[in-house]
Design a protein around this ligand. Structure first.
Ligand code: SF4
Length: 281
């Protein structure tokens, strides 16, 4: 059985059947597409998440999966606020070890913060991504169905809580973007051909003013992470209002400036990232 390309509900509905059969063929019925199925007597799907995509990475054709979580429970990240989270992970390799050994290139590409580069990523890959991946491997998530769009309506959506959102077809995200209240997203893949369709959808992650010039030239709105002592022309950027230097006035779920179409945003590097960011003239 070859599961090529993306298996999003609108295009590849039969995947639900395939998963159902692989779980327990006795459970298949005419109504399988409508109701979450019981896996075993005591084990049910985790209704807080769904499988949004299974297919090949735009980067290197490896098998990847995208899980959406937060459907039941509000999320509590102080900077982002309550947002639906999306986890872009290798299908068959644990995300924490893949972050270190380089396999995660399929979902993080040339990101300088990846564990195989500077290892300055803000994502704790051994925490939420690992938990989500384990749940996926244990068949705890049902597949996303068209009716699940009701769960997205009016919510804030984060494209790529881990992993780069451009490594899958934009058509997977689009139905969710159409009904969500707002969204944020970032890509370090903005130089790549496959990422160009994401202009106006995600911010280009920029680690220098030179990056900003290049990404702007390509037509992206930018998210520029700079050293705290690097001066920028305030007419070019808005300072992220959730940043420490701007007084942490709001959260992404309210602000949503990082939706790829509004402003070029700047923020000072903090935490483990800061030591890799040089002062620029
Ligand atoms: S500018 Fe707004 S959306 Fe972007 S990171 Fe800051 S608070 Fe979040």
């Amino acid at each position: 059985m070859v599961l090529n390309n993306h298996l999003f509900f609108l295009i590849h509905k039969p995947i639900h059947f395939l998963k159902t059969m692989s779980i327990n063929s006795n459970h298949y019925s005419k109504n399988s597409f409508k109701k979450p199925l019981k896996l075993e007597k005591s084990l049910t799907f985790n209704s807080n998440g769904r499988v949004l995509f299974e297919g090949k990475s735009n980067i290197d054709n490896q098998d990847i999966v995208v899980i959406i979580t937060g459907l039941d429970n509000k999320t509590s990240n102080k900077k982002t606020g309550d947002m639906l989270q999306t986890w872009i992970l290798l299908k068959d390799h644990a995300p924490n070890t893949s972050h270190k050994d380089g396999l995660n290139k399929s979902v993080c590409g040339n990101c300088p913060h990846a564990g195989y580069n500077n290892n300055s990523c803000y994502v704790k890959w051994f925490q939420a991504p690992l938990q989500v991946w384990k749940s996926y491997k244990n068949n705890r998530y049902d597949y996303f169905k068209k009716s699940d769009l009701n769960l997205i309506k009016g919510r804030s959506l984060r494209l790529g809580s881990a992993g780069d959102p451009t490594v899958i077809p934009l058509s997977v995200w689009q139905p969710l973007l159409d009904v969500a209240k707002n969204h944020t997203g970032y890509t370090h893949q903005w130089r790549e051909n496959f990422a160009q369709q994401y202009k106006g959808i995600v911010q280009a992650s920029c680690d220098s003013f030179q990056d900003y010039l290049l990404a702007s030239g390509l037509g992206f709105k930018c998210f520029y992470v700079k050293h705290k002592d690097t001066k920028v022309d305030k007419k070019l950027f808005i300072n992220c209002p959730a940043s420490i230097e701007a007084g942490q006035k709001t959260s992404c779920s309210i602000c949503s400036l990082c939706s790829g179409s509004k402003k070029d945003v700047v923020i000072n590097a903090h935490g483990s990232t800061a030591k890799y960011v040089a002062v620029e003239a």
